[in-house]
Design a protein around this ligand. Structure first.
Ligand code: ACM
Ligand code: ZN
Length: 524
């Protein structure tokens, strides 16, 4: 073995995840990255200055090298904006022996170039890294590349949320769908309705196992203050990630109903749920005050989250209470809902409820996203549908001219088991990584409507059984990386064997950050 006297040189490899669309290597002496490399930013753009700071931070974290070079004598990495890059999220990296240039149409595109450069470096302490000369021309396949985290079944701390956002940034994911309210807990501070968090964020205990009759007897709670959420929105925005908050309605609302029973059909009393599933008690859609309640909550939410889209749920809302509620039935009568083939008056009322919220948000310049149940009626055309019960909802939505985000549970649900091991307690369903990787939301022979309206793909991490940081990372990675590659890389360039090989370097990075992830694909 060679005696290690000081640090050696290492080699970079542009075969990263997600795979860039075009990598053209050239022959010749490599670019040598070292402490003598300077980062140069063209222009005074604040986001570009932040990009430069990120680049320095990432290189230091990965290799120990501090990019402190003095320009002309050493090598340079130049970050610049360029209209020659067509895609708003695209970038071009040109590597020459003495200079690397990362260009993007926007600072966001440059950021993804920085991520690719970062992921090309070996994870090891080294004095220099050789980067092969050549050119990488890259852009994302889909504009919506999402990742959902359920912070309602279990609460995740602010530092964890920032780490989660770091994970998204590392994989070129640009949307964090934040599931904030549930039957088992309301996690958003709303100043006008303090009981939402005083009462609604706390459950007395939690069921044990897969919905057994045993309970742990341990009170559970937690919520995000408005200041915390603003801080997280800023942290995400600096990493070019939009947060779409979700207030799930009219179902999955026991957290809110426990605090304000007057907005339910029976008037309660209700309690914050202590087991998992779908509950009959939902918001009363026949009470005008319910709409006021929802609008007032949304007003505070809009003030915190600048996203164009607000997710308003719409899933799993049983109609039993509405069938027996005089106010809901009077509303059905007033609106003339008689049920149509394939639907019921209560289903029509649900779409009416969702449309009312959509119209309120439209006045405020926002648009709604909802789960695919919102297709069961004459849905407002401005709504985007999240297809989760399969791909069928997505197909139906595009036929009706609606935009869609594909997140079919059989391919995109990260709460499912990822191998045959049943030592962990999880939702009793499976999603192995090869299946997650193989899913293509828009196959080559898809209809023009599908090609036009499918905006992207999202992985969903529900957390009934995901109780800790470690388990969250284990469920998330590497499957989120597989979904991220589908979101970014053109389908004809994807290959599972190559993905597994390319994941090794990324896996080393996961380990460096202390993210304990599933290691199955690295086994021989
Ligand atoms: C869902 O999984 N209920 C959207
Ligand atoms: Zn009612």
């Amino acid at each position: 073995m060679m005696a290690s006297l000081g640090l050696q040189a290492a080699d970079a490899n542009y075969q990263v995840v997600p795979l860039p669309q075009n990598i053209a290597l050239e022959k010749g002496a490599p670019f040598v990255l070292s402490g003598n490399t300077a980062v140069v930013v063209e222009g005074a753009d604040e986001a570009m200055q932040r990009n430069a700071a990120f680049l320095k931070q990432f290189v230091r974290e990965t290799t120990g090298i501090t990019l402190a070079g003095m320009g002309k004598k050493g090598t340079t990495i130049t970050l610049k904006l360029s209209n020659k890059v067509a895609n708003a999220e695209g970038y071009v990296i040109t590597v020459k022996p003495r200079a690397i240039v990362i260009e993007g149409k926007t600072p966001q595109g440059v950021f993804y170039g920085i991520q690719t450069l970062r992921k090309s470096l070996p994870v090891e302490q080294t004095a220099t890294v050789n980067l092969p000369v050549g050119k990488i021309v890259d852009y994302p396949r889909f504009g919506y590349r999402g990742s959902m985290l359920d912070c309602a079944r279990h609460y995740f701390s602010v530092p964890f949320i920032k780490e989660y956002i770091d994970v998204l940034a590392l994989h070129n994911i640009n949307t964090f769908h934040w599931h904030l309210t549930e039957d088992q807990g309301w996690r958003v501070e709303i100043k006008r309705y303090p009981k939402l968090t005083e009462i609604g964020s706390k459950r007395a205990q939690t069921v044990m196992g897969n919905n057994t009759e045993l309970y742990d007897g341990v009170p559970y709670g937690g919520y995000y203050t408005q200041d915390e959420m603003r801080d997280i929105v800023k942290y995400a925005a600096e990493r070019y990630i939009t947060i779409i908050p979700e207030i799930d309605m009219p179902g999955h609302m026991l957290g809110a109903l426990a605090a304000y029973p007057e907005y339910g059909c029976t008037g309660g009393p209700y309690k914050v749920a202590e087991r998992w599933g779908v509950f009959d008690d939902i918001l009363c859609a026949g009470n005008p005050k319910t709409y006021e309640f929802v609008n007032n909550i949304l007003d505070e939410l809009l003030d915190i989250f600048p996203s164009k889209y607000i997710h308003i749920g719409g899933d799993e809302a049983p109609r039993d209470r509405w069938k027996n509620c005089p106010r809901c039935q009077a509303e059905i009568k007033r609106l003339g809902f008689k049920g149509a083939p394939g639907t019921s008056p209560e289903a029509q009322l649900r779409i009416h409820f969702m449309n009312q919220v959509a119209q309120y948000l439209a006045q405020k310049g926002r648009s709604v996203i909802g789960w695919d149940e919102i297709l069961e009626g004459d849905l407002d055309k401005s709504a985007t549908v999240m297809s989760w019960r399969g791909v069928k909802g997505g197909l139906q939505a595009v036929e009706r001219g609606l935009d869609v985000v594909m997140t079919p549970r059989d391919f995109c649900y990260l709460n499912y088991y990822q191998n045959k091991d049943r030592n962990l307690l999880l939702r009793d369903a499976e999603l192995f990584i090869d299946k997650a990787y193989a899913y293509d939301p828009v196959p080559a022979d898809a209809s023009p409507a599908l090609k036009q309206h499918v905006k992207g793909i999202q992985g969903n991490l529900w957390t009934e059984y995901v109780i800790s940081r470690d388990l969250a990372f284990y469920q998330l990675l590497p499957r989120a990386a597989a979904i991220a590659e589908t979101g970014w890389t053109e389908n004809d360039k994807k290959d599972f064997a190559s993905f597994k090989q390319r994941m090794r370097n990324l896996n080393a990075r996961y380990k460096q950050f202390g993210w304990n992830t599933c290691q199955d694909i690295y086994k021989k």
